[in-house]
Every structure is written in structure tokens, then in C-alpha cells.
Ligand binder design. Structure first.
Ligand SMILES: Cc1ncc(C[n+]2csc(CCOP(=O)(O)OP(=O)(O)O)c2C)c(N)n1
Ligand code: SF4
Length: 320
């Protein structure tokens, strides 16, 4: 059964955009020069992230970037914000702590398919079910790039790598199905070769109050060149977009996708590779941040306007 608490009763406002803050130019947002191979899809993801941050007017000092380990996970080095390049697969629990403790911050998590779906796969499931307020951008290249070509959880069957020289035999995971099943409240998919679409997806993910994930197909030109050509209209493939319902009462609208319909989202996610791109699912289930905040405030009142220290002591006493 879904939680039926009225949202307005539990949602603590997300940090606000500041309309008149100083311009966040590329210069202001750039840190180290990216060490990625020339042509790596991750460059486009970084450029798009800079662009969308500026457009969103987010306060510079409130932006946090967290990542695990991998080429894509080097992201926080290249963005001039507070942030951490953390241990492999553990970006989500770390980012969860930051998001819960500091509701004034905007928490962004970055990583690859190995980091997010393999070693960190279980953390992804729990972040999604808890609906932690953060925005997770996964650069999926269907391979382990940093460690030079091992099979990843999204590598297709038959993919030849250093761990599978005769071709991968393991069924790849479907990240979108996994995220729907586990309760992520914003799930989108895009392609690094289409920055305009990627920007739209990033913007919507940033606007979402909850666990927002954007899966970006981002080519590893060194170890899996051409992996996403089938989804690239400029390379003879097809970049098929999800058409969302407009609720305009027209007969065409009947066929459009209702992003709040979990089963419809699942069916779209089930389409064979290269599938479709856009927003698969979006819902406004209460966040863990809001529920936990409400619980703390209720306890505070019960204990007679208790201080943070009193609350901490009461918690420890309960565990004695
Ligand atoms: C505990 C641990 N196990 C293994 C590694 C080695 N390792 C580093 S990055 C990586 C995989 C990265 O792949 P992915 O997340 O897909 O990122 P990409 O480099 O392709 O962007 C692995 C296995 C490690 N650093 N730590
Ligand atoms: S190895 Fe692949 S993923 Fe890593 S920087 Fe080079 S092209 Fe990008």
C-alpha cells in the first residue's frame, strides 16, 4: 500500500533558486581540466550539467557533487563546487547522509554503470525505495572504462571484454525496470550525443523533489566505440522520443505516455535496445527527507520543545 500522508503535511521545501545571483559562468564552474579520453561521451554530460546549473540559478555555495569510482565518477573533480570523489559504489549512502542532514543543499550524484548498478547496485535500490531527495546522473557506457574494458552489468550478451574474451554470457540488467520496481520517483533516459534532450532531462530531474535518476548513454570511445550508434539518428540509428500525455482530450493523446503510470513505464522500459528516450516515470511520493523531518518535529514537540541534543540523548537512551 502506498503511503497516503498528504504531501503538503510532510514536504519540507527544497532549496530555492536565487534569481539574481552572480552568473555561474563555465569559468566559475570549472575546476580541474577533465582527464577523459578525447571524444568520451562524459564531456557532453559535463558541459550540459554546467549549462543547466547556470539556467537553474542554483546558489553556487549550495551545490554538492558526489561520485563513486570510475571514469565518469571523476566528475566532481571537474566541477567547482563542494563535493567528494568517494569509494567505489558508495556514492548513494554518502549523498543520502548529506541530503538528510543539510536540506539547504542541492545534492548531485554521478557515476557509471559499474559503480551504480554493480558494486553500488544495492545502494541504488535502497536510495530509490526511500525516495531520498537527490539527483543521480548515471553515465552508462556498457563497460568498465577506468579499469580498461571489463564486462559491466549493462554489457550486452556477446560483448567481448577482458573478463569475457569469448563474449559475455550474462543477461544484462535493465536499469529503468530496476528503478521503477524499486520506487525511484523520477526516471528518465537520454543520450550524450543529444545535448538539447539531455538538458531537458537534467532540468526536470533537478526540479523533482525526490530520488531523481537520469540514465545517460555515454559512449566510451576507447573500449566500446559505437555502442550507442543504434540510438543515434546522425549515425544511421533512431533516437525515438517518449511522447508524454498532454491531457488535452484529443484522440492522439490516448496513445501518449502517462508518466505517472508505473505499468506503462515498465512496458516502455521493456522495449528492446535501443528503446526510447525521455521521462519514463514521475510521481510525488513523500521523500525520506520530509518524512524524517516530520518525525523529528513530532518527537521534539512530544518531549516539550526538545533541543537537538535532547533528541539525540533520547535516541541513545532508547537503544540502551
Ligand atoms: C572496491 C573496489 N573494487 C574494484 C575497484 C576497481 N574499479 C575501479 S572503477 C571500476 C569500474 C568502473 O566502471 P563504471 O562505473 O562503469 O565507470 P566508467 O569508468 O566506465 O565510467 C572498478 C571495477 C575499486 N576501485 N574498488
Ligand atoms: S576510457 Fe572510456 S569512459 Fe574512460 S575516459 Fe576514456 S572514453 Fe571515457
Amino acid at each position: 500500500m502506498p503511503i497516503t500522508l498528504p504531501l503538503h503535511a510532510v514536504n519540507r521545501p527544497a532549496p530555492e533558486a536565487i534569481p539574481n545571483r552572480e552568473k555561474l559562468t563555465k569559468k566559475a564552474l570549472s575546476a580541474d581540466h577533465p582527464t577523459w579520453c578525447p571524444g568520451c561521451g562524459d564531456f557532453a554530460v559535463l558541459a550540459t550539467f554546467y549549462k543547466v546549473l547556470e539556467k537553474k540559478n542554483l546558489p553556487h555555495e549550495q551545490i554538492v557533487t558526489i561520485a563513486g569510482i570510475g571514469c565518469s565518477s571523476r566528475f566532481p573533480y571537474f566541477v567547482n563546487t563542494y563535493g567528494t570523489h568517494f569509494i567505489h559504489g558508495r556514492a548513494i549512502p554518502y549523498a543520502t547522509g548529506i541530503s538528510l542532514a543539510r536540506p539547504d543543499l542541492r545534492v548531485f550524484v554521478f557515476g557509471g554503470d559499474g559503480d551504480g548498478y554493480s558494486i553500488g547496485g544495492n545502494h541504488l535500490d535502497h536510495g530509490a525505495r526511500k525516495n531520498v531527495r537527490l539527483c543521480y546522473i548515471i553515465m552508462d557506457n556498457f563497460v568498465y572504462g577506468l579499469t580498461k574494458k571489463q564486462t559491466s552489468p549493462t554489457s550486452p550478451i556477446g560483448f567481448k571484454s577482458k573478463t569475457d574474451p569469448a563474449g559475455s554470457i550474462d543477461h544484462p540488467i535493465n536499469p529503468i525496470k530496476k528503478l521503477i520496481a524499486n520506487g525511484a520517483t523520477f526516471i528518465a533516459r537520454t543520450h550524450a550525443a543529444f545535448p538539447a534532450h539531455m538538458s531537458q532531462m537534467f532540468e526536470r530531474a533537478m526540479d523533482h523533489d525526490g530520488f531523481a535518476v537520469v540514465e545517460v548513454l555515454s559512449e566510451c570511445v576507447e573500449f566500446y566505440e559505437g555502442a550507442f550508434d543504434a540510438a543515434n539518428s546522425r549515425k544511421g540509428g533512431q533516437f525515438n522520443l517518449i511522447e508524454e500525455k498532454k491531457w488535452d482530450g484529443t484522440p492522439e493523446d490516448e496513445k501518449r505516455h502517462d508518466v505517472t503510470d508505473e505499468i506503462a513505464a515498465y512496458k516502455l522500459a521493456h522495449l528492446p535496445f535501443p528503446g526510447v528516450f525521455g521521462v519514463f516515470y514521475e510521481s510525488d511520493r513523500p521523500t525520506k527527507n520530509a518524512l524524517e523531518y516530520k518525525w523529528i518535529e513530532t518527537t521534539r514537540e512530544k518531549l516539550g520543545a526538545a533541543s537537538d541534543l535532547d533528541l539525540l540523548k533520547a535516541t541513545f537512551n532508547r537503544m540502551k
